[in-house]
Design a protein around this ligand. Structure first.
Ligand SMILES: Nc1ncnc2c1ncn2[C@@H]1O[C@H](COP(=O)(O)OP(=O)(O)OP(=O)(O)O)[C@@H](O)[C@H]1O
Ligand SMILES: [Mg+2]
Length: 578
């Protein structure tokens, strides 16, 4: 654990050496003023007529002493302010960098690796864990400030009385040893708290996303109970963590009081100091002890919260380990011949048999290929491979004979466009959602794509047209409208290959026929892969692939596939009017 507590200052320093150095220097100056304040205490009290060798009090001297006191307080406050601002700027930049690094790592993850994680877990690391790292950085600042003040106060203390200083240091060492076990417990509890928080947040996000379903099935109480159990675990963890922290505080406070009493006894009865001088010294040592205990408690808090840094590091490392390689300036193949899948196997984690099982298939360039098959046959998995979103576990995918290596796969993906089965819209304007596919598209291009997707009429009828907000995940639009908007977005790109995965599933026959006509017009202009469930779409296709249980069982023209598959097509509704 200490390894991580020590790593935090190193990382902060690595990020902004000059600012870290100036924060440290300002801390040192603040410590120095505290040391000077303490050292000046004895002569000042003498000047004021208190203690051994006191002189009669002069009003001018008294006024000067008071002015000096005001100046010292003002200087300390100014130095403190400068230190706080420097530390805060450094801290915020550090936290920003942590967020940005994790976000960048998530964005470049392999899709399948990302898909296996819960998005809510990543969200918790970006908010909860980074919040706790903020706490750790604050504890580090407190600890360093106290350590430097302690160093200067210790010098002042040695100058005042080496015997009492030795006694005070012994007390600090004893306190550190006594609370050692509590610190280790705090660290463990800190780690458990992170895990409990993650589970609770994941459920909370799930409940918010699935609220409609919860209402439909009147599952409010059941879902609330699940969440309440999760939060009970968080609460218990928090309580245990607070108990460990407050136990440590209580031990430290008791040790400090015992030290003050012991020191007083030592000063009066062993060192035989006059009571006034003994009181002055006790004041000085009280400050020293306070700084030492502040330093110790800062260290404990830091070790407790450093569990958050471990959780962050683990998540970042896992995301980076699953990152896609860079395209390294590769150009995507133009697709003039075909996309070919050879002996391809895709196995989703924890699933058997594979979703795609030794698949061989060709998608000819410039043609419309229809992919049909029962639910769960592997059609969407096939599409993800063809557009370069995922890589096969075995076998290979080629475009115009070029093997889709990890680097080329990303480049190829930028030349494709897809309308996924579950259309998603960002909570932004329709214009921004469409421009995701082609950032430089003007209104004319947007309207043409909306027209092809049979969406222009309802968009025009909206009071704010293209500037209408889509709502969370596009939920301010009906399923069919969302599907047509997603289709318009896919069409806007003018890609080398366009994949439409059940893109007209929610549309009425007339609208679906309009979309099919638009897709027909793309023939020769771009290669189209349509996952179809309508006979009309299949009958218009140049090439048909039948996928059953992860295997291509028929391929060719519609007539050829019909001849090969026969009555099996009835099960997927493909023989109605055949
Ligand atoms: N992320 C995943 N993790 C585990 N299994 C998955 C995952 N995605 C798909 N599968 C499984 O892989 C198989 C193929 O799924 P796929 O989505 O490709 O089918 P599909 O033919 O598109 O089905 P549908 O017509 O219902 O959309 C299914 O058995 C499915 O349960
Ligand atoms: Mg599917």
């Amino acid at each position: 654990m200490n390894h991580f507590a020590l790593e935090l200052p190193c990382r902060l320093a690595a990020m902004g050496r000059r600012r870290a150095a100036s924060a440290l220097a300002l801390n040192a100056v603040a410590g120095l003023t505290e040391g000077i304040g303490v050292l000046a205490l004895v002569p000042l009290l003498k000047l004021l007529g208190i203690g051994d060798g006191a002189v009669p009090l002069d009003p001018w001297v008294f006024a000067l002493v008071l002015a000096g006191y005001v100046l010292l307080v003002a200087a300390t406050a100014l130095i403190g302010r400068a230190r706080n601002l420097t530390v805060q700027a450094l801290t915020l930049e550090f936290l920003d960098r942590l967020r940005a690094d994790l976000h960048a790592a998530v964005l470049t993850m392999e899709w399948r690796a990302f898909h296996q994680r819960r998005a809510a877990d990543l969200q918790q690391v970006m908010t909860g864990e980074i919040g706790r790292i903020h706490g750790a950085v604050t504890a580090l600042g407190d600890m360093l400030g106290a350590a430097l003040a302690m160093a200067f106060l210790a010098v002042a203390a040695v100058l005042l009385s080496p015997a009492l200083t030795a006694a005070a240091l012994t007390v600090v060492i004893v306190a550190a040893l006594v609370t050692r076990g509590l610190g280790a417990r705090g660290w463990r509890l800190g780690r458990e708290l992170g895990v409990a928080n993650q589970a609770a947040m994941a459920d909370l996000v799930d409940n918010l996303a699935g609220l409609r379903l919860i209402k439909i099935f009147a599952a409010e109480n059941a879902r609330a109970a699940v969440l309440s159990d999760r939060f009970a675990v968080v609460r218990d963890n928090q309580r245990a963590y607070q108990r460990a922290q407050s136990a440590e505080r209580a031990v430290l406070q008791t040790v400090a009081a015992a030290a003050a009493a012991g020191g007083m006894y030592l000063a009066v009865f062993v060192l035989r100091l006059p009571l006034a001088e003994a009181l002055t010294l006790m004041l000085a040592y009280g400050r020293l002890l306070q700084a030492a205990l502040r330093c110790l408690s800062g260290w404990r808090r830091l070790t407790g919260l450093s569990a958050a840094l471990i959780a962050y590091d683990e998540t970042l490392a896992a995301c980076r380990a699953a990152s896609e390689p860079a395209t390294s300036g590769l150009n995507p193949p133009p697709l003039t011949c075909a996309v070919r899948l050879s002996d391809v196997v895709v196995r989703h984690e924890g699933r058997d048999p594979p979703a795609l099982d030794h698949v061989d298939a060709i998608i000819p360039a410039g043609k419309v290929t229809a992919l049909i098959g029962p639910s769960g046959a592997g059609k969407s998995t096939f599409v993800d491979l063809v557009i370069g979103l995922t890589a096969p576990d075995a076998g290979h995918v080629t475009v115009d004979g070029a093997l889709l290596t990890p680097g080329l796969r990303r480049a190829w993906r930028s030349a494709t466009s897809a309308c996924p089965q579950d259309p998603f819209l960002f909570n932004d304007t329709l214009r921004a959602n469409l421009c995701l596919a082609r950032p430089d598209a003007d209104d004319a291009a947007l309207c043409a794509a909306l027209e092809d997707a049979a969406a222009i009429d309802f968009v025009r009828a909206l009071p704010h047209g293209l500037d209408t907000a889509a709502g969370d995940r596009g939920l301010r639009f009906s399923g069919g409208e969302r599907q047509r908007l997603a289709l318009a977005r896919a069409l806007l790109r003018r890609p080398a290959l366009l994949a439409l995965d059940e893109a007209t599933a929610s549309l009425d026959d007339q609208t679906a026929a309009a979309v099919a006509a638009a897709v027909d017009r793309l023939r020769g202009e771009c290669t189209v892969l349509v996952v179809a469930h309508r006979l009309s779409a299949v009958a218009h296709a140049d090439h048909v692939l039948l996928l059953e249980a992860g295997r291509i069982t028929a391929a060719g023209t519609w007539e050829e596939v019909r001849a090969q598959a026969g009555p099996r097509l009835a099960a997927i509704g493909m023989l109605d009017d055949a």
